[in-house]
Design a protein around this ligand. Structure first.
Ligand code: SPD
Length: 357
């Protein structure tokens, strides 16, 4: 045998051994390359014991990754480096992904548990007939506050936050649309305003809030508010509910000028490799008992009507977190404003963050 043939033989045998070792390692853990499922979700947004339960029930191994904003999620999906099988964007990003052909249509025959969703959360403008998305959680944006630290002062308006007595007292979630939205709403403008003059006015007004802003943070806002590190927080309603379960002194309000009503839905991105498994995962998450357990853990509001009977009455009857349809009608859902306008929101938010430094 000449040297070259021997060389290629050695390479072939070593590759076969390595491939065999990898595949037996996976098999010994109960999964193979084809029955893994990569789930991309917001941080702190699932009861992880349910992932274990799903793995046990289906034999599918879940690889779980998290993001902290719609924009970060979108960038990762567009880059296409990871084969995400499930993602959980909010409504305006679903609209954008759908328009950019980044989503796979759902096979509703594989989602019998879809019947559990309250029709109020189905067929919404960002995804007519739920062709691409299934409701996961929903809520509002508002202010969580600590009346004890505020010496009984009540918060009812966005403009209350500009009170000079609140120096270094406010925490903001790190979201461009949420923070810019607060500036816009406080001036009486829409959350979907694209008028450059109004956007700049909102950003300038936010700059004036700077002395009161202690920090702009991610999920740690829950721990900081519960531990009374600040007296006011701009938060998503589910985080407020979680904070208030840790510290009963706090309260949550949707300001009188109006605010945002949002929906986070499960989708199957174009990057998916396990479309069958993705449908199984979505259907599993829609099971009423699974949803009730997930909702209890996460603290956000569920759109799953069938799950409500497995949840504490005081939770589902709390109108701060399950606002009535009359109330939600007064709130605004973020629209997909297009690449240019979204970039303007992000840029102005960044400038506001820099202004603080
Ligand atoms: N920690 C989970 C946060 C999920 C918040 N999603 C709300 C998005 C509103 N656009």
């Amino acid at each position: 045998m000449n040297h070259l043939v021997r060389f290629f033989l050695i390479i072939a045998v070593s590759s076969a051994i390595i491939l065999y070792a990898i595949s037996s390692l996976n098999t010994s853990q109960g999964y193979s390359g084809t029955n893994t499922l990569t789930v991309y979700n917001w941080g702190d947004y699932i009861d992880e014991s349910l992932i274990k339960k799903f793995e046990k029930q289906t034999g599918i191994k879940v690889i779980y990754e998290t993001f902290d904003s719609n924009e970060a999620m979108m960038t990762k999906i567009e880059q296409g480096g990871t084969s995400y099988d499930i993602a959980v964007p909010s409504e305006y990003m679903i609209d954008k992904m759908r328009q950019e052909d980044l989503l796979i249509p759902l096979d509703h025959s594989k989602l019998p548990n879809l019947k559990n969703i309250d029709p109020r959360f189905m067929d919404l403008p960002f995804d007519p007939e739920n062709k691409y998305s299934v409701p996961y959680f929903w809520g509002t944006v508002g202010i969580v506050y600590n009346p004890k630290m505020l010496h009984g002062k009540k918060i009812t308006s966005w403009n209350d936050l500009w009170d000079p007595d609140l120096k270094n007292q406010i925490l903001l979630i790190d979201g461009a649309r949420e923070v810019m939205g607060m500036g816009l709403n406080s001036l009486g403008y829409s959350l979907n305003d694209t008028n450059k003059k109004h956007l700049l006015e909102a950003k300038n007004k936010l700059d004036l809030l700077t002395p009161n802003v202690k920090a702009i943070v991610g999920d740690e806002i829950k721990m900081l508010m519960a531990n009374e590190e600040a007296s006011i927080g701009l938060v998503w309603s589910g985080d407020a509910s979680e904070i208030m379960s840790e510290n009963e002194d706090l309260d949550y309000v949707v300001p009188k000028e109006g605010s945002n009503l949002w929906f986070d839905n499960m989708v199957i991105p174009k990057t998916a490799k396990n479309i069958e498994g993705a449908h199984k995962f979505i259907n599993f998450m829609l099971d009423p008992k699974v949803t009730a357990k997930n909702t209890d853990y996460v603290g956000y509001s569920t759109p799953n009507k069938a799950a409500l009977k497995y949840m504490p009455k005081e939770v589902v009857e709390d109108e701060r977190f399950y606002p009535t349809p009359e109330l939600t009608k007064k709130l605004e859902v973020y629209e997909n404003l297009g690449k240019r306008n979204l970039a303007t929101y992000n840029e102005l938010f960044l400038q506001f963050k820099m202004h603080r430094k």
